[in-house]
Design a protein. Structure first.
Length: 642
């Protein structure tokens, strides 16, 4: 179809950008993200083919690949089918792989220019098949503009062409909203998208960058779209020729092809033509202003809460704190840990750890405590991981370090196999270490569902440390939920709270017990309030109290405040997401928004029987999808061992 290939230059297109009577929208594919370090669909497909071959003792996978006519050169054309085949045993592994691919990636130079165009000009719309957050990240970093993100088809009603704010429409959903990758999911567009995009292309001229048209949904829509009279520009790499389907679409729209070197190179030309300045100095200034404002707020809030301390009126910088501690008498690693643990000021706490590591650079105990500090206080998980590993390099047979790293792998990284491996290593080195025994019991209960083994470890831990209130509290939960022994469970709750009456987790769990088992609602609320007062950032207790307010007290507005507060503290707490989804559906009658929260909850944790049954009811009542609803109920029963 060489006759259908009409070519123009990027410079001519850029000249057209100044016209006030024309609006462009950007259609971005995986090629636009390549220079930000995210592999294209074709590259991922090739990697998955290799993985299929590596795990193919019977030759069945090769037979499937050959039968489809797939090879390394055309793998991108079969992306959805390869994805589905590679992750057919566990779809969650596919989501995890995509999240890992995009985690920590920063928008490249091209996105800085795109962000300015979206924020400053009429060309304010991006339509993309990508799951990544590069466009919205760039808008925040470079323009501080908040875009409207249409990350789910249920939100398409908010896509209005009159909106001046930057808009990002994610055809295959956002990465955190159960993204679509399989052949079945991407073969066609939902009715919501069809309606929204039909309206969009009555006003916007499409400018396609980095999109190969390997899905059936957006590509199918473009093929079926009538000539809008607005034209179309389809950019492709200089050394590649668009396929026949793309040729047909561009010809139908009376459009043009534009060969480019790459996304960043293309956007740099836009930057020069539009006379946008380099942003390095502005970024530096904004960063410094943000730091100064943060320090000011910290100082003013500390003064308000704790009163004047006689310190300077100026907010204290970490380097100043560090210098003030340099002459502190520290003779051992234990001095460092004790001073850091007892210090309440976060900056001073961090300075003590850094001072200690400067004096004892090979001490694994300080590294362990600093890793926990980075994880729990600073939320710097990558840096915490680095120090856990450094501690283990120095002391590979240290039971406590192994146990804490196992917990980190489980809770933060959600790498359950590695977590179990480290728990077992810890217990092999020290079989009587109650910390590992109790945490491993909790892991076996929550993750592996091996209840007999979990109870064995709980009992062993409490035999060694009979007054360990963390283990007692978790064992009480286990006794009630799994063994249905409410009498024994309450004994452990009361004993744990007698030893430590201000233990927020045990207070919250006992409140839940009083609510669900004893039906003593007044006392339950008393314990909820006390737990939240002691630990106002405990998302679990706040979320459970929200359920109590909604289901028991029928105070829906206050309940929603607590739901939102819990999700603000921990936006990825699956149980709170599921409970809030049910609340939005049942109490607020907003089924579209409820579905968004249901899907996010199941993306984070796909195995929640209670929420599965609620979602099954939702699917049957709202979407009349009895087949999927029954499948969910069956899966929930399997998880409950029915």
């Amino acid at each position: 179809m060489a006759d259908d290939y009409r070519k123009t230059t990027l410079k001519k297109l850029i000249l057209d950008f100044d016209r006030e009577d024309k609006k462009y929208c950007f259609i971005l594919g995986a090629g636009a993200s390549r220079q930000s370090g995210i592999r294209t669909g074709g590259e991922l497909a090739k990697a998955w083919i290799n993985q299929l071959f590596e795990n193919d003792p019977t030759g069945e996978e090769k037979k499937w690949i050959d039968g489809k006519g797939i090879n390394q050169n055309n793998a991108g054309d079969f992306y959805s089918q390869i994805y589905e085949k590679r992750f057919e045993l566990n779809s969650q592994d596919g989501y995890d792989e995509l999240q890992k691919e995009m985690e920590g990636k920063e928008p490249s130079l091209g996105y800085s220019v795109l962000a300015q165009i979206l924020a400053k000009l009429e060309h304010n719309l991006v339509i993309t098949t990508n799951f990544d957050s590069l466009t919205e990240d760039a808008l925040f970093i470079y323009t501080q503009k908040k875009p409207l993100i249409i990350g789910h088809e249920s939100l398409c009603g908010y896509l209005t062409i009159s909106l001046k704010r930057p808009i990002i429409a994610k055809i295959h959903r956002d990465l955190l909203l159960n993204p679509k990758s399989s052949e079945q999911e991407t073969k066609s567009l939902s009715e919501n998208w069809i309606i929204a995009l039909t309206e969009v292309f009555k006003t916007y001229t499409p400018l396609v960058i980095g999109y190969g048209g390997n899905d059936g949904s957006l590509m199918g829509f473009l093929e079926g779209m009538e000539n809008t009279g607005l034209g179309m520009f389809w950019c492709h790499l200089e050394n590649e020729i668009p396929n026949d389907r793309i040729m047909h679409i561009v010809k139908k729209q009376n459009g043009w092809f534009i060969p480019i070197e790459g996304f960043d190179e293309m956007m740099l030309l836009f930057n020069e033509s539009l006379d946008y300045k380099l942003l390095d100095e502005e970024m530096k200034k904004t960063s410094e202003e943000r730091v100064d404002e943060y320090r000011k707020q910290v100082y003013e809030l500390r003064e308000k809460v704790f009163g004047k301390t006689g310190e300077s009126e100026k907010p204290v910088d970490i380097t100043d704190v560090f210098k003030s501690l340099e002459k502190t008498e520290i003779t051992s690693w234990l001095d460092v840990v004790m001073k850091a643990v007892t210090e309440k000021d976060i900056k001073k706490k961090e300075a003590i750890y850094k001072l200690g590591l400067g004096k004892f650079p090979e001490n694994a105990e300080i590294m362990l405590d600093y890793a926990i500090f980075l994880e729990e206080y600073q939320k710097e998980y990558n840096k915490a991981d680095e120090y856990y590993k450094k501690a283990l390099e120095i002391a590979p047979n240290h039971a406590n370090i192994l146990s804490n790293y196992a917990r980190f792998m489980w809770i933060i990284k959600q790498n359950y196999d590695k977590a179990e491996d480290y728990y077992q290593k810890s217990l092999k080195i020290d079989p009587s270490f109650e910390g590992s025994l109790g945490n491993y019991a909790l892991f076996l209960y929550n993750i592996r569902k091996d209840y007999d083994k979990a109870e064995e470890y709980y009992k062993k831990a409490l035999e060694i440390a009979p007054n360990q209130v963390n283990i007692m509290g978790y064992y009480a939960v286990f006794l009630n939920d799994i063994r249905q022994n409410d009498i024994k469970a309450e004994e452990y709750y009361k004993k744990a709270l007698e030893i430590a009456p201000n233990h927020a987790n045990n207070l919250g769990n006992y409140a839940n017990f009083l609510q669900d088992v004893r039906k003593d609602y007044n006392q339950a609320e008393e314990y909820y309030k006390k737990a939240i007062e002691i630990s106002p950032t405990n998302a679990i207790n706040i979320g459970n109290y929200a359920v109590f307010l909604s289901n028991i007290k029928k105070e829906y507005d206050i309940a929603e405040e607590y739901y939102k507060k819990a999700l603000e503290i921990d936006p990825n707490h699956a149980n709170n997401l599921g409970n809030y989804a049910r609340f939005i559906w049942v109490k607020r009658k907003n089924s579209e928004l409820a579905e968004v929260f249901f899907e996010k909850a199941f993306q984070i944790n796909p195995d929640m029987p209670f929420h599965m049954r609620t979602y099954a009811d939702f699917l049957e009542q709202i979407h009349h999808d009895k087949k999927k609803a029954d499948e969910l109920r069956k899966r929930a029963d399997e998880l409950d061992g029915k």
